[in-house]
Design a protein around this ligand. Structure first.
Ligand code: F0G
Length: 311
């Protein structure tokens, strides 16, 4: 079980827990497991592919790795580039990424440039920079990323001991669903794969998937046409509610985009009685600012005050 691609740069990516969703599954009437990808070294699923992409870039003699990011790719690229002794150049949409993700990238010494534009603008520029001598693009349009990210499928099969009926996950740029579909296909398994995208792609509250034009749109369309993937379009309210439930009912604190798979299962009317796995893509501490500041009260340092406060 676990990581299929070993690397001298490894930080221990993969082998994340598959956790039964005790209360959610009861309400939804199915057997539900959460694949907790936020427990990867930099707090998101990106590490599975990034370790491979950065290692190959280093071997190819790159000077720097380059990526566009809503934050998690940046944090991951920065960490592995630091280990490899490479520069990391990270382009983010200005003012649109979570503070902790930018901090991760800066802590690892990345050159962080906030582009006055969207993620799509940042990706266009990163692709152009990646064409230059010495620079390697490590967004998921780099096939090494997809190769590494496939490992999640084999892990799910090994941990569950069988093929799940349904696998649900978020759809931002579409790299992850491409990898997940390829990973199951490699293993000879064909679960129903359903992805959740934000209806308000360009402006969604779930900043990790605030992507107007998915880089893998054409491939995802092919997977849909072949009956291998289904796409569900989610409202902001659906995304928020699933994200809250994961914490409130399961104690699994993820970042807003990461709950899209749960939102998908909440929406589908024909999944009762199935065994489902949601890939929960990133840790809640990545975007702690998404949590309402209310709900904690200051009290005097007496038991009476505490008892009065809790009612
Ligand atoms: N979940 C999280 C936590 C993400 O950070 C992303 C993408 C996705 C889901 C969507 O995955 O793009 O492969 O469909 N984050 C990218 C980034 C865009 O820059 O970190 P996808």
């Amino acid at each position: 079980m676990g990581v299929t691609v070993s690397s001298s740069l490894t930080l221990g990516e993969g082998s994340t827990p598959l956790v039964p969703a005790r209360r959610l599954q009861e309400r939804l009437g199915l057997e539900l497991y959460l694949k907790c990808e936020g427990l990867n070294p930099t707090g998101s699923f990106k590490d599975r592919g990034m370790v491979v992409a950065v290692e190959r870039a280093a071997r190819a003699g790159a000077r720097a790795v380059v990526c566009a990011s809503t934050g998690n790719t940046a944090a991951s690229a920065a960490a592995y580039a630091a280990r490899a002794g490479l520069e990391a150049i990270v382009l983010t949409p200005a003012g649109a990424t979570a503070t902790a993700k930018r901090a991760q990238a800066r802590a690892a010494g990345a050159r962080l440039l906030e582009v006055r534009g969207s993620f799509d603008d940042a990706l266009r520029l990163s692709r152009e920079l990646g064409e230059r001598e010495g620079f390697v693009l490590v967004n998921s349009v780099n096939p090494d990323r997809i190769e590494g990210q496939k490992s999640v499928a084999g892990e799910i099969l090994a941990q569950l001991g069988r093929v799940p009926d349904v696998v649900a996950l978020p759809f931002g740029g579409g790299g992850n669903v491409s990898a997940v579909a390829a990973g199951f296909a490699d293993a000879g398994a064909s679960p129903r794969i359903v992805v959740g995208q934000a209806a308000e792609r360009a402006t969604t509250w779930a900043s990790a998937i605030r992507i107007g034009e998915p880089a893998h749109a054409a491939h995802v369309a092919e997977l849909v046409a072949a009956g291998r993937v289904e796409v569900v379009t989610l409202s902001e309210a659906e995304l928020r509610s699933a994200w809250q439930r994961l914490s409130l009912e399961e104690g699994v604190f993820c970042e807003p985009a990461s709950a899209a798979g749960v939102a998908v299962l909440e929406r589908l009317s024909d999944v009762q009685g199935t065994t489902a796995v949601c890939i929960v893509t990133g840790h809640g501490l990545k975007d702690a600012g998404a949590v309402d500041e209310g709900g904690s009260d200051a009290v005097e340092a007496t038991l009476d005050a505490v008892l009065a406060a809790i009612g």
